[in-house]
Design a binder for this molecule. Structure first.
Ligand SMILES: *Cc1c(COP(=O)(O)O)cnc(C)c1O
Length: 434
């Protein structure tokens, strides 16, 4: 498989180069030259297959021969080695729980896959890779855990001191080994600025093989198809495919689902469930796409005003508005509706969604009202405990802390404090890695 840049001003590359580079030199997103068709037998016989076999078959055409089969099978097995259950909420709605990984959010799947691919490519080059990321909270944890103990790769995470939650900070700072946390006396923007300066500094990049763990990387995007197949595997009514509602921010997750559907996975319809950041919802109504500044909401991982993966969605439909509308609808859900949904679903069905899942649930329920007989799935993208500050006041009781979180809350934090100055970062990197 070859990948081209959606800006069309860079050479085509293979999976290996696309993964190492992340973004094309012309700043475009990489996109596969063709969409592989899934073997119909995989769809028919899916109930009898192991998760890792399904994942291997889905990803193999995209990886081609850049990773030998034995390594690829190991990588996908490690990527999906936790539960991804489809849980019934009521007669019409099921929740696909994507939060049973180490950092309790669906980003674990993309991060685990990408880290292992990069680890493989680094070993092949016999060069140490340094992944440099700035985080406002969630991404850093998924990346840190994804890369933990992956040979040949070190991770440096910059996070703003005092501006991440205590659980998030522990997820970043308690691993040690190849994970290095830098606690920056500044804001998230300062962290991001420092990372950008490092990538733009030839005197540093000539000494260190630096790369990013950005969410637009194809090695994070493509494995997100896996769990749409796992949903189908657990879906009882094979003659009535599900409507699937995806809480969406940067649109990487739903774009992976649309890709899986294009390859042959049965899905009745997709719902892009958005919060007040509704550029795509508006687009589907008016045909006009107007990116905006993000506004803060309770489902903060979806506070994106100009979703970077939306160009991939458009490309999948060859920029034909009518074709996209046949397959995908979108709803924008307010914070008040989000809170009410968390409470309603908990009281009526004894199921506790997190704020992102609640947006997905309500958007799905709205759509199903118009199409009687339809049944659907919302993706539950995070564990409610990650957003206990929102959820607890709504339901009036504490959210049980899972054992994996309890264990890290007691571990000592290991981080290095730095001032938000590029020279300090550079000195730190050279001291640790050279
Ligand atoms: C990142 C994130 C989202 C949004 O996913 P996209 O792929 O950016 O659309 C939704 N929910 C949670 C909990 C997230 O962390």
């Amino acid at each position: 498989m070859k990948y081209y840049s959606l800006n069309k001003r860079s050479p085509v590359v293979d999976f290996r180069q696309a993964t190492i580079q992340g973004q094309a030199p012309d700043k475009g997103l990489y996109f596969p030259e063709s969409i592989p068709a899934i073997d119909p037998e995989l769809i028919r016989e899916i109930e009898g297959l192991a998760k890792e076999e399904i994942a291997y078959q889905v990803i193999k055409p995209y990886v081609g021969d850049t990773i030998p089969d034995a390594d690829l099978r190991r990588i996908v097995a490690e990527t999906v080695n936790f539960e991804i259950p489809l849980v019934r909420v009521n007669d019409f709605i099921w929740s696909l729980e994507l939060f049973h990984g180490p950092t309790l959010a669906f980003k674990d799947i993309g991060a685990r896959f990408m880290s292992r691919c990069l680890g493989y490519f680094a070993r092949e080059r016999k060069e140490r890779v340094v992944v440099l990321v700035a985080t406002s909270g969630d991404t850093g944890g998924a990346v840190a855990h994804g890369f933990y103990d992956v040979p040949g790769v070190d991770v440096v995470i910059l996070y703003p001191s005092g501006k991440v939650s205590s659980v998030q900070e522990k997820q970043l700072t308690t691993l040690g080994r190849n994970i290095h946390a830098l606690e920056v006396n500044g804001s998230f923007d300062d962290c991001q600025q420092l990372v950008k300066q490092a990538f733009a500094d030839p005197s540093l990049t000539s000494e260190l093989f630096l790369t990013s763990a950005n969410s637009i990387n194809v090695a994070r995007w493509l494995p997100q198809q896996f769990y749409y197949f796992f949903a189908w595997q657990q879906w009882a009514e094979k003659d009535n495919p599900p409507v699937i509602s995806v809480p969406s921010g940067n649109f990487g997750n739903i774009c992976a689902g649309l890709l899986a559907h294009r390859s042959g996975l049965p899905v009745r319809h997709f719902i892009a469930a958005c919060n007040a950041n509704d550029a795509v919802t508006e687009y589907l109504e008016s045909g006009q796409y107007q990116p905006r500044k993000a506004v803060p909401t309770l489902s903060n991982a979806m506070d994106v005003g100009n979703p970077s993966n939306f160009v991939r969605v458009l490309q999948l439909f060859h920029h034909e508005f009518g074709e996209l509308k046949k397959v995908m609808s979108s709803y924008s859900i307010s914070d008040d509706e989000t809170k009410k949904t968390i409470s309603d679903v908990y009281v009526k069905y004894r199921y506790l969604p997190d704020p992102h899942g609640a947006v997905g649930y309500l958007a799905l329920a709205r759509y199903l009202q118009q199409w009687p007989g339809g049944r659907g799935i919302f993706l539950e993208t995070a564990h409610p405990v990650k957003f206990y500050d929102v959820v607890e006041p709504v339901i009036g009781e504490p959210v049980a802390i899972p054992p994996s979180v309890k264990a890290i809350l007691d571990l000592p934090k290991k981080s290095t404090r730095i001032e938000p100055e590029y020279d300090t970062l550079k000195k730190q990197l050279r001291q640790v890695f050279l």
